[in-house]
Design a protein around this ligand. Structure first.
Ligand SMILES: NC(=O)c1ccc[n+]([C@@H]2O[C@H](COP(=O)([O-])OP(=O)(O)OC[C@H]3O[C@@H](n4cnc5c(N)ncnc54)[C@H](OP(=O)(O)O)[C@@H]3O)[C@@H](O)[C@H]2O)c1
Length: 317
C-alpha cells in the first residue's frame, strides 16, 4: 500500500479522530489542522500525526498547511451558526471549500476527499445547512481535482453527537419528551464504516469524480431512534411528536439556550428524510453495521463504556 502525506482539515472532531486513527494504522503521515491545538493534544498519541494550529479561514495559512501533502481531506462542517441568516454556514462550508481548493491548486495537491452530508442540495435544500453543503459539493465536484465526495446520513459511534445528545436531553426531561421532526426518517451509519470508506477511496481511481451516499442497513423515524435511546439508557419517557407550529416554537426558544441544542435551521433540515435510495456503495466492499450492534455498547448503563461516557460528561469532556 502506498503511504501518503495527508492533510485533514476539521480532523479534530468526532469523525476526524476516528479517521486519523484509521489512516495512521495504514502508516500514512497525517497533518491535522485545528484552530485550537492545546485542546486536541491527545491526538498526538498517534505516531504519524502532526497537529498544526491554523486559522483555516486564512488562505495563506491554508496554502502553507497543505504544503508537502499529496492528499487533502475536508471534514469541516457546522450544524449551527452564530447568526440566523446563513452567512456562518456559507463561510464554513462554501467559502472554506473554495479557499481549500485554491490552496490545493497552488500547492499541486490533486487528490481531495470531501465530506458533505446526505440531503445536501444547493437549490432546494430546506435549510441553510443543506443548501450550503450542496453548494460546497458543486464547487468541489467542478474543481478539476480528483475529488471523492461522501454524503452520510447521521453518523453514530461512542462519542457521537446524536445518541449521546438525545441521551443527555432525555435525562434532563422527566416523563414526557416533546420531539420536533419526529416522523423524519434516518439511516444511521457507523463512524467505523464511514472512515473505512474514506480509507479505501484514497487510492481507488474508480472513486474519482464520484459522490457517495452512505447509509446504515436500516431506516428509522427520529421518534423510533429517540425511543430506542431512552430504552437503552433505562429511562421511561413518553416521546411524543410535536405539531409543526410547536416544533418551530421549540426551535425558536432553544436557539437561546446554551449550546443552541436545536435551531430553526435544524428544524428546517428535518423537513426532508435522510435516507439512501440504494445500498451501501459496492466499490468500498463494506457491509455496514446496525445501531443495534453498536449503540448498546456505549449507551446502556450495564455496559462499561456508558459509565466511561458518564464520567466524561461529569468532567465536562
Ligand atoms: N456527525 C454526523 O452525524 C454527520 C452526518 C453527516 C455529515 N457530517 C459531516 O461530517 C463532517 C465531520 O462531522 P463531525 O461530526 O466530525 O463534526 P465535529 O465533531 O463538529 O468536527 C468538525 C471539526 O471542524 C472544525 N470546525 C468546526 N467549526 C468550524 C468553523 N466554523 N470554522 C472552521 N473549522 C471549524 C473543528 O475543528 P477545530 O475546532 O479543531 O478547529 C471540528 O473539529 C462535517 O462536515 C459534517 O457536516 C457529519
Amino acid at each position: 500500500m502506498k503511504q501518503h502525506h495527508i492533510c485533514i482539515v476539521g480532523g479534530s472532531g468526532f469523525v476526524g479522530r476516528h479517521l486519523a486513527a484509521r489512516l495512521a494504522r495504514d502508516g500514512h503521515q497525517l497533518r491535522v489542522l485545528t484552530r485550537r491545538r492545546e485542546r486536541h493534544r491527545d491526538l498526538l498519541v498517534l505516531p504519524t500525526l502532526e497537529l498544526l494550529e491554523c486559522n483555516v479561514h486564512d488562505e495563506e495559512a491554508l496554502r502553507q498547511a497543505v504544503k508537502g501533502c499529496d492528499v487533502v481531506i475536508n471534514l469541516i462542517g457546522i450544524l449551527n451558526e452564530k447568526g440566523h441568516n446563513g452567512r456562518g454556514f456559507r463561510r464554513a462550508h462554501v467559502e472554506l471549500s473554495e479557499k481549500l481548493l485554491s490552496a490545493c491548486k497552488a500547492r499541486g495537491v490533486s487528490r481531495l476527499l470531501h465530506m458533505s452530508a446526505l440531503g445536501a442540495d444547493a437549490q432546494n435544500g430546506p435549510s441553510f445547512y443543506q443548501r450550503s453543503k450542496g453548494e460546497a459539493e458543486q464547487l468541489v465536484m467542478a474543481s478539476g481535482l480528483q475529488v471523492t465526495c461522501f454524503r452520510p446520513s447521521i453518523i453514530f459511534g461512542p462519542d457521537d453527537a446524536f445518541f449521546n445528545r438525545f441521551a443527555g436531553l432525555l435525562r434532563l426531561t422527566p416523563l414526557a419528551f416533546p420531539l420536533a421532526g419526529a416522523h423524519a426518517r434516518f439511516a444511521p451509519i457507523h463512524v467505523g464504516d464511514v472512515v473505512e470508506a474514506f480509507a479505501r477511496a484514497i487510492d481507488n481511481p474508480a472513486t474519482h469524480g464520484q459522490c457517495y451516499d452512505l447509509c446504515g442497513p436500516k431506516t428509522y423515524t427520529l421518534q423510533e431512534l429517540v425511543q430506542y435511546t431512552a430504552k437503552l439508557c433505562g429511562l421511561r419517557r413518553w416521546v411524543f411528536p410535536l405539531p409543526n407550529w410547536a416544533a418551530y416554537l421549540q426551535a425558536r426558544l432553544l436557539e437561546f439556550a446554551p449550546g443552541k441544542p436545536f435551531s430553526r435551521d435544524n428544524y428546517n433540515s428535518l423537513k426532508r428524510d435522510n435516507v439512501c435510495e440504494g445500498d451501501f456503495p459496492a466499490v468500498f466492499g463494506i457491509q455496514p453495521v446496525s445501531i443495534e450492534a453498536i449503540v448498546p455498547g456505549y449507551l446502556s448503563p450495564s455496559q462499561g463504556r456508558a459509565e466511561y461516557q458518564r464520567l466524561r460528561r461529569q468532567a465536562g469532556r
